[in-house]
Design a protein around this ligand. Structure first.
Ligand SMILES: [Zn+2]
Length: 322
C-alpha cells in the first residue's frame, strides 16, 4: 500500500523564506525508515485533471511562468519550472492517495492540502487545489460519486469552498481560526470558526459534533482529510493552542469515525509552521502512524518515531498564510 512523497521535487526558495520546505524530506525519511517499500513518487497531475478544478488559462499561465507579479506575490513563491512540477506532483499525490483509498481503505500524501488555491488564482503557498482536483478525478473515473473534504488545517479552506460552491457532490467541512488567514472567508458546506487560543478539549468537543454531521449530510464514497499541523500551540501562524497529544486525538477521532462509517480516506498533510520544523514533522508523522495503525501494518507503525517534544518556541504572531 503506497504512501506518496513529492519531496524530491524541491521548490527553490530564497534564503529565509517562511515556507518550511525541509519538512517534507524529513517526514519522508522517517516514514521510509520503517516502510521503505511503501514510499512512492506520484505521477504529475495532467492539464485535464487540473482543469476539473481550475481555469485552463490559469493552468497555462502557471505552467509557462506568465502570471503577473501580483499573482505570484499572492501565491508567495517565486516562479520556476520546479515550482510548476512540484505543484503538479503534489496534486498528483492526492489523486494517487485517493485512488489508493478507494482500493484499500486509505491513502496518504506526505504533502498536499493546498486549499487556498482558487479556480483562477493561487494564494497562501497554494498553486493548485489538490483536494478538489483529486475528488473530481475520482468522480470522472467513476470511482466515487460523493466526496467529503474534512479540512482541519487551522486556516479556512477558502479555495476549496469557492471552487465547489455550486457542486452538491462535494461537501466541505472546515474547522479553522476565526481571526486567521484568509481574512475574507468563503462559504464551505459547514464552517466552524474557533477563537484564538482554543485548546485540546474545546477543539475535540467541536470536532465530535461537526464530523458526524458532515458524514451524515454528505454520505460520502470518499473522504479527503487535510490533517494540518498548524493548530499546534507552537505554530507561528496558527493562533490556536492544541498540543501534540490533542492533534493525535484529533487524527484518531477522524480516522476512526470514517472507518466506522465505512468511508475510505485519503490524507494530505497541509500546513505547519512551528519554529522548530521537527515539531511539524512530529505532528505529521503521528498522523501517518495513526493511519498505519488503523488501516495497515500496526506492528510496523509502532516503529515510526514521532517523538513528542516540548514546544521549542513560544508562539509568536507572524502575518498571513498557510
Ligand atoms: Zn494552514
Amino acid at each position: 500500500m503506497p504512501i506518496y512523497a513529492t519531496d524530491h521535487f524541491v521548490l527553490p526558495l530564497p534564503e529565509g523564506h517562511r515556507f518550511p520546505m525541509a519538512k517534507y524530506a524529513r517526514l519522508r525519511e522517517r516514514v521510509a525508515a520503517i516502510a521503505p517499500h511503501m514510499v512512492r513518487e506520484p505521477p504529475a497531475a495532467t492539464d485535464a485533471e487540473l482543469a476539473r478544478a481550475h481555469d485552463p488559462a490559469y493552468i497555462a499561465a502557471v505552467t509557462s511562468g506568465t502570471l503577473d507579479e501580483r499573482a505570484m506575490r499572492r501565491i508567495g513563491f517565486p516562479w520556476s519550472p520546479a515550482m510548476v512540477e512540484r505543484s503538479r506532483r503534489s496534486a498528483g499525490a492526492t489523486i494517487a492517495a485517493s485512488r489508493s483509498a478507494l482500493a484499500h481503505g486509505f491513502g496518504i500524501n506526505l504533502a498536499g492540502g493546498t486549499h487556498h488555491a482558487h479556480r483562477d488564482f493561487g494564494e497562501g503557498f497554494c498553486v493548485f487545489n489538490d483536494a478538489v482536483v483529486a475528488a473530481r478525478a475520482m468522480q470522472a473515473e467513476g470511482l466515487a460519486g460523493r466526496v467529503l473534504i474534512v479540512d482541519l488545517d487551522v486556516h479556512q479552506g477558502d479555495g476549496t469552498a469557492a471552487i465547489t460552491s455550486d457542486d452538491p457532490t462535494i461537501h466541505t467541512l472546515s474547522i479553522h481560526g476565526r481571526n486567521n488567514f484568509p481574512f475574507r472567508k468563503q462559504a464551505s458546506s459547514h464552517d466552524i470558526e474557533l477563537a484564538d487560543g482554543t485548546g485540546d478539549d474545546a477543539y475535540l468537543a467541536t470536532l465530535r459534533v461537526a464530523l458526524p454531521l458532515g458524514i451524515e449530510a454528505s454520505r460520502p464514497d470518499l473522504a479527503i482529510y487535510l490533517a494540518g499541523a498548524d493548530p499546534y500551540v507552537g505554530d507561528r501562524l496558527g493562533r490556536l493552542a492544541l498540543s501534540k497529544t490533542g492533534l493525535a486525538s484529533r487524527d484518531t477521532y477522524v480516522l476512526d469515525s470514517l472507518r466506522a462509517a465505512g468511508v475510505p480516506v485519503a490524507i494530505a498533510m497541509a500546513g505547519g509552521y512551528a519554529e522548530n520544523i521537527d515539531d511539524v514533522v512530529d505532528i505529521h508523522c503521528a498522523t501517518v502512524r495513526i493511519a498505519l495503525q488503523r488501516f495497515a501494518d500496526g506492528k510496523r507503525a509502532t516503529l515510526l518515531t514521532c517523538s513528542p517534544t516540548t514546544p521549542s518556541s513560544s508562539p509568536t504572531r507572524a502575518p498571513s498564510p498557510g
